[in-house]
Design a protein around this ligand. Sequence first.
Ligand SMILES: C[S@@+](CC[C@H](N)C(=O)[O-])C[C@H]1O[C@@H](n2cnc3c(N)ncnc32)[C@H](O)[C@@H]1O
Length: 322
Amino acid sequence: MSDLEYHVPVLRDAVLGALRPAPGERAIDLTLGGGGHARAMGERLGPQGTLIGLDQDPDAIEQAARTLAGLECKVLVVRCNFAQFDGGLRSLGIASPAEEPGGGVDVMLADLGVSSHQLDTSSRGFSFSQDGPLDMRMSKEGPDALALILDTTPHELARILREGGEVPNAMRIALALKTEAAAGRLQRTSQLAALCERLMPPRHKGKGKKIHPATTVFQALRIAVNQELEVLDTLLERAKQWMRPGGRLGIISFHSLEDRRVKQAFKKMEGYCICPPKLPICCCGWTSFGESASKRPIVASDKELEENPRARSAKLRVFRFL
Ligand SMILES: C[S@@+](CC[C@H](N)C(=O)[O-])C[C@H]1O[C@@H](n2cnc3c(N)ncnc32)[C@H](O)[C@@H]1O
C-alpha cells in the first residue's frame, strides 16, 4: 500500500513551512500513520540528518518500512505510545539535551487522532458506517470499547460520553449502552450505530447537513479507549525537556478538547509573570521556553479541503523553543 492510500497527510506544506526541518537536524514524528509527514520531513534532513518515527499501531510501523525506504537520512522507527516517547528515544540510544550534549531533537511533530487506514479498516471497529467488532484500540492492545462499556460504572460512562462527545442525555445513553452490552447485543459497531439512531435524533450542522447521532458517541468512546487526552497531556508536559535550542514542536489536533490543551500548554511554556500588579519589580522569577509561532492555529486551505475533506477540522499549532 502507498503512503497516500494508507493516509493523506493533512496540512503537509504548512507543517514543512512552520517546522522547517533542515539538513543535518534530528526530527521525530510521534504519529507515523502512513508516514507521509515523516517522509516529507526526512527528505529535508539530508544524509547527515536523523528521522525518528514512532506509532503505537503495528500496522503503521509496517507501513513505515515501505514509506520511509530509500531516504538519505538515518531512519529509526520505534513502536510505542507517544506518552512514553522519552523511553522510545532512550531505547534508540538518544538522551535528552540536559543528559548529554547533542541530545534531544530539533523538530517534533504529533498529528493526533486516527489514520484513514484505521478508520476505513472495518475490523478495527472505529467507524459507525462499517460493520466490525466494537474495538477502537489504536495499539491493538488492552481493553477494547466493549470492555470499557461493560467495566465502567454508569456514572463514569456518562462522564466519558459528556466530556468526550458532548453527548446529550449522557446518563440515559450510558444506561442503554450498559444494558445492551450486558445482554450481548453490543458486540458490533453496527449494533452501536443502530442503538444511537434509536436513542438520539440526528443533529444539524448547517446547510441542511445532518450529523449521524453515533458520531459523538463513537468519538467519546474512542477518546476513552485510547486515553487520548491523558497521553496528550503527558506529551505536552515532557516535550520541552527533549527539544534542542531553537527546536520546533508542532501539534495537529482535530477537536476542541485537544486544541484547548495544546493552546494552554503552549501559553504555559511561553511563561508569564504572576507577581501582584502592585509590585514595582518582578519577583516570581518566571521562565520562558520560547513562543508560539502564531496566536491562531493554521487550518486547511479551501483547495486542500476540496481534495481531502478529512482535513476540515485539523488545526496546527507550532511552538518555537529558545
Ligand atoms: C492522523 S494519523 C497520522 C498520519 C501521519 N501524519 C501521516 O502522514 O500519515 C495518527 C496516527 O497516530 C497514531 N497515534 C495516535 N495516538 C498515538 C499515541 N498516543 N501514541 C502513538 N501513536 C499514536 C495512530 O495510531 C495513527 O497511526
